[in-house]
Design a protein around this ligand. Sequence first.
Ligand SMILES: NC(=O)c1ccc[n+]([C@@H]2O[C@H](COP(=O)([O-])OP(=O)(O)OC[C@H]3O[C@@H](n4cnc5c(N)ncnc54)[C@H](OP(=O)(O)O)[C@@H]3O)[C@@H](O)[C@H]2O)c1
Length: 291
Amino acid sequence: MGRTRIALIGPGAIGATVAAWLAQSPGLALTLCARTPLDRLEIETPGGRIGAKPEILTDPAEARQVDWVLVCTKAYDVAGAAAWLDGLLGPETRVAVLQNGVEHVARFAPYVPVERIVPAVVDISAERAAPGRVLQRMNGTILVPAGADGDAFVALFAHTPIGARTTGDFTTALFRKLTVNCAGGVCGIVDKPNGIARDPAIAEVMLALAGECVAVGRAEGARLDDDLAASVVRGYQTTAPDSINSLHADRRAGRPMEIDARHGIIVRLGEKHGIPTPMNRLAVTLLAAIQ
Ligand SMILES: NC(=O)c1ccc[n+]([C@@H]2O[C@H](COP(=O)([O-])OP(=O)(O)OC[C@H]3O[C@@H](n4cnc5c(N)ncnc54)[C@H](OP(=O)(O)O)[C@@H]3O)[C@@H](O)[C@H]2O)c1
């Protein structure tokens, strides 16, 4: 059997990290689909520096069919990512979506048969320094739904320290992560790294944002512990104080922020279920004004 062909669209913080690890793995042939040209990958991982020089494309017209597509663009860059899919998709290609938010499948349903979309919850902390250069702060995990496609996705990561796993309760995984993300919106608003959570007044704001997410998540069928919002805030208080979440990184770099995927969705689901979400609505307003 030939090597498994993987195309990764969007080699940014998460994409470059995942790509560099997959490039170390035997049996995988990796192609990067990039918007901004880069020459190679260099990742400062928790275990030391790793590098890779996979094939790199910058023109969707050069894309050829692969077994797996891993989409690692921001949630708002779906249309740009989709431009690569015409060339990359064969009749059996599976498309894993490694993004935040809870609408992975809906975002790509216009472009890919839904049964071939594998949504993924990424819990890896990574910050990009330059094209292809990333600081990976923890090995982290990637969760995908249980099933044959989930198992095949997990197998891609067998030779990496990234904890790829399947879960029988993906809805809960999605909303746990959204709870973390929405609390971190404060960092983007006040333009301060995660250590700002040690300020008790900021911690209260984070707790309120997270609490709204827990309420809408439960209404959507997620099984979320009573303690989740508080434990998310404790997580921010104990993480590296200078670490920066990806929404905040976008603000600092002058890029659009994932306002809708992280806060707007909570407001929309709140409206659907009749649950008030004033804090996330405020976050949407403030972040939109900053942007
Ligand atoms: N960073 C984290 O710690 C983290 C953790 C968990 C989950 N996430 C989620 O993972 C997703 C990716 O986040 P990230 O932090 O890795 O974002 P990022 O650093 O901004 O990377 C996104 C990459 O996509 C590229 N891109 C955009 N449009 C493209 C196109 N049309 N074709 C090819 N590449 C394109 C960007 O290119 P340019 O270089 O031209 O901008 C960039 O390299 C987001 O949904 C985020 O919320 C991030």
